[in-house]
Structure formats: C-alpha cells, structure tokens
Ligand binder design. Structure first.
Ligand SMILES: Cc1ncc(C[n+]2csc(CCOP(=O)(O)OP(=O)(O)O)c2C)c(N)n1
Length: 362
C-alpha cells in the first residue's frame, strides 16, 4: 500500500465550570472548601495587586509592569495543583502564580521598582525569578525536570509562558528535549490571545497551540483558562504524567484583559466588543458565583477579604518603598562589569548629574 495513515492525533479540551455557571459535576476535582476559598482569595489578591501596581506606575512610583488581569484562574489554579517540592519557572506576567507559591507581595513590587532583591531566590525557594526573554524559561524548566528524571526523584518543573512564546525556537526546542529526555516538566501556555499587539490568529496557522506538543511526541491538552476548576484538574493530571517522565503541554485559553505592559495601549489594536465579551467571562466572578451558590463564600466573607486586601496591599507598597529608599540607583553601574569601562563611567557621570549629584569635571 503506497499511501497509508501512519499516525493520527486528537486534541482534547477540558471545561468544568461554564461561563453561564453550569457545572459538569462528574468532572469537578476533589478539592476541600478551604482550598477553593484559598484559590479565590489568591485570585483576588493578584487582581488587587495588579490594579494598584498600574496606578503606582502611572504616578511614577514603579517601573514597567505587566499585569495579569483576566489570567488569575490560569495561574492560581495551576500553581495550586503543585506539590511543595515542585518548581515554578515563570515568565514576566505571573504575579498570581507567584502569590500562590508564597512569594510576598512586597517582593513583587520591589522587583517592579527595579530592585533585584525583589526577585531573590532563597535556598529553600522553588520559584525562579521572572524571565524577560520570551520563551527562554521553558528551557530552564526542562533542565530542572530532566535533572529530577535522572535522579529518580519526584519534583516537577512547571513553566509558564504566553501564546506568543510558542512561536519561538526556545519553546519548540524545550518541547522537543523534554520529550526526548523524559523531563519531569509541565508547560503551561497561557493563550491570552495576544503577543503584545499580534493576535493569536497571526501567530500560528495551527488550530490549537496544544497540538504543538504532538510534534515533540508529548501530550497536549487545551483547557478553559478562565475556569479555575478545569485548570486545576488539567494541571493535576499533567503533573501526574510529568512525575512519570511524560511531559505535558497545557494550553489555557484565556484573555489578557488589560494592557501588555504599562507602556502599551491596547485600544490601538483591540475592539471594545471583544473586551466586553471577555469581561463577561471573568475568571474571578465565575469562581465566586460557584462558591456562593454552594455556601462556601458569603457576603460577609467577601467584605472581610476586601478589607484584608486593602491593608495587605498598602503594607506591601510601604515595605517595597522602604526597600527602594535604601538603594542608590547608581549601584546598577557598579555591578555590570568587574571593571567599569570608560563609556559606562561617562554614563554614570551623566546619570549622577541628572540625579542632582556631583558631576566630574564641573
Ligand atoms: C526573545 C524576546 N523577543 C522579544 C521580546 C519582546 N517581547 C516582550 S513580551 C513579548 C510578547 C510575548 O507574548 P506572549 O508570549 O504571548 O506572552 P504575554 O505577553 O501575552 O503574556 C515580546 C515579543 C522579548 N522580551 N524577548
């Protein structure tokens, strides 16, 4: 037979809690009320942090910031599925995942204020610092996951990245090497529909991004990224496979509701009706109605959380500002090279002048 089908593939999609509130009871993950409340709480913490960070940046008190508004379920529910010994390998929009893993809010703000201390990794931390080069962190996660596979140990590395990152060589190489080496790695692609201003439709002709796993011989699954229950379940299953040396790509379909970063204006490339449509599918409101209907969350709980968040964010801002106050911005020149090259010295001089400091030769 000259022409035969040698392989066939399908891509599964998982949804449990629909936008209209309907629930597929058979698929609901076995989560305690405490865990469900915890996920809701962290999603709200992340949203508030992002909103306040945007406001701070507008007042000139914070550097460039990449909000994850709209992506809270994709991040919090996936990070909730991790075991303590697992690793989080983030991109630059993962505040919600970091908060889930216990990174303090003031550290996230300190990083956005330009302080390297904000991204410091302690000896017992299993969360890597933000990664700005798009997609590069997927390779780091493969390295970690491969090391555990070689040692026959349990931990898994969970790498976060966006839809645009799946167009990079780094991410495609990460899928391929993870498959080839049986790395204990889960790839969590937050398909938030845009890579800055480039829509998903212009990034790839592939019908799903999950199917990019197939070429690497690894599993790929699509999940409703605004459905916390489905994201949790898809990640939990993916982590189980990865612990056995079967890496998985999870494509979480979601939407970046705000700007790419505070330097961007999405009104230049997005239609309002699209934004309104996704506002209705907000992941926090969806989980909130689910919890309210089941009596897991009451009006009083929500009001108490509001008050608690107000205090937490205000304290975190003060603490981060305190850290920034102790830093001399000119330090950044000191640490770039062992010996400062003349051109950098000239920049330092100009910088010190602009800061109101002494200028050599004047
Ligand atoms: C290697 C590299 N190329 C280009 C950039 C500039 N850049 C920053 S974010 C971004 C788009 C990323 O889109 P996506 O992966 O979908 O993640 P999202 O920002 O949507 O979370 C680009 C091109 C970069 N940081 N690194």
């Amino acid at each position: 037979m000259p022409r035969t089908t040698v392989a066939e593939f399908t891509v599964e999609s998982l949804g449990i809690l629909a936008p209209d509130g309907e629930v597929d009871e058979e698929l609901v993950p076995d989560l305690s009320e405490e865990t469900l409340r915890g996920m809701y709480r962290t999603m709200r913490r992340a949203r508030r942090l992002d909103e306040r960070a945007i406001a701070l940046q507008r007042r000139g008190e914070l550097g460039t910031y990449a909000p994850g508004i709209g992506q809270e379920a994709a991040q919090v529910a996936s990070a909730t599925a991790l075991a303590d010994g697992d690793w989080v390998v983030p991109a630059f929009r993962e505040q919600a995942a970091l908060l889930t893993r216990g990174t303090p809010m003031h550290a996230i703000l300190a990083y956005a204020m330009g302080l390297e201390e904000g991204a410091a990794v302690g000896p017992d931390d299993r969360t890597l610092p933000p990664s700005i080069p798009v997609g590069s962190q997927a390779l780091h996660a493969v390295g970690i996951g491969w090391a555990y596979a070689m040692r026959n140990e349990d931990p898994v590395a969970l790498a976060y990245f966006g839809d645009g990152a799946t167009s990079t060589g780094d991410v495609m190489e990460a899928f391929n090497s993870a498959g080839a080496y049986g790395a204990q790695t889960v790839f969590l692609c937050q398909n938030n529909q845009y890579a800055i201003s480039t829509p998903r439709s212009k990034q790839s002709r592939a019908e799903t991004l999950a199917q990019k796993a197939i070429g690497a011989g690894i599993r790929g699954i699509q999940v409703d990224g605004n459905d916390a229950l489905a994201v949790y379940e898809a990640t939990r299953e993916a982590l189980d496979h990865a612990r056995d040396g079967d890496p998985v790509l999870v494509e979480a379909l979601t939407y970046r509701r705000s700007m790419h970063t505070t330097s961007d204006d999405p009104r230049k490339y997005r239609q309002e009706d699209e934004e309104v449509d996704w506002d209705r599918r907000d992941p926090i409101l969806r989980l909130e109605s689910y919890l309210r209907e089941r009596g897991i969350l009451t009006d009083d709980d929500v009001a108490a959380l509001e008050a608690e968040l107000e205090t937490e964010v205000a304290d975190a801002i003060e603490r981060a500002k305190g850290m920034a106050a102790d830093v001399d911005p000119a330090d950044m020149f000191e640490h770039a090279y062992g010996e400062m090259p003349p051109w950098l010295e000239r920049q330092l001089t100009a910088f010190s002048g602009a800061q109101g400091g002494a200028v050599d030769g004047e």
